[in-house]
Write a protein that binds this ligand. Structure first.
Ligand code: GLN
Length: 187
């Protein structure tokens, strides 16, 4: 099994470290040629969604990645990755891959620039530790988007078909269950 990790910007090293801990091979996706390999799953890391979206287009990764997602590759998207997948982004006119019919609010937890940490119920897993860094939340989702977790009445984790999207960063906590769950879908 091999997982492709988008590595144009942001927190991809942390994702690689988690896969190393779980003994799963991965490859960084930095340019179109990197997509020649076969991948069983795709990780879209946190970072800055505006920059990532711009780089996806400039590096000609946008359409091939969109196609992979539409063809049902399992996806785990965290934070900026969640924003990349959202059909609508509050207050922003140019969304990105638009593969999840939902609306996200960027930097939604006020002006809080530092991270905050909490523990919340996650569907199927029980209590999960969650680290938020200038995090978005989902302000609305179409029918068919399964809500996996909410924090302070805001949706912070969803599942839509092949895609899991999270507001928080599971790669920054020691709890590997969300990654294990994703890898289970990649097999
Ligand atoms: N604030 C970032 C954005 O809007 C996301 C933050 C993150 O990925 N930790 O893209």
């Amino acid at each position: 099994m091999k997982i492709g990790i988008l590595a144009v910007q942001g927190a991809f090293l942390e994702q690689e470290a988690v896969l190393d801990q779980l003994n799963v091979s991965w490859k960084e996706i930095r340019r179109k040629k990197d997509l020649d390999d076969h991948f069983d799953g795709l990780i879209l890391p946190g970072g800055e969604s505006t920059v990532q979206g711009k780089l996806l287009r400039e590096l000609h990764l946008f359409h091939p990645l969109l196609e992979m997602i539409q063809q049902d590759i399992p996806v785990l998207a965290t934070c900026a990755g969640m924003i990349l997948l959202s059909e609508k982004i509050g207050g922003q006119t140019s969304p990105h891959l638009k593969t999840i019919p939902m609306n996200v609010m960027r930097n939604a937890y006020g002006r809080q620039l530092a991270s905050f940490h909490t523990t919340a119920e996650y569907r199927g897993l029980g209590k999960v530790p969650m680290t938020f860094i200038r995090a978005p939340y989902v302000s609305g989702a179409a029918e068919g988007v399964k809500i996996l977790s909410t924090v302070d009445h805001h949706i912070v984790a969803v599942q839509y078909r092949n895609q899991t999207a999270l507001s928080f960063h599971p790669e920054l906590d020691q709890d590997l269950r969300i990654h294990q769950d994703f890898l289970g879908r990649c097999r």
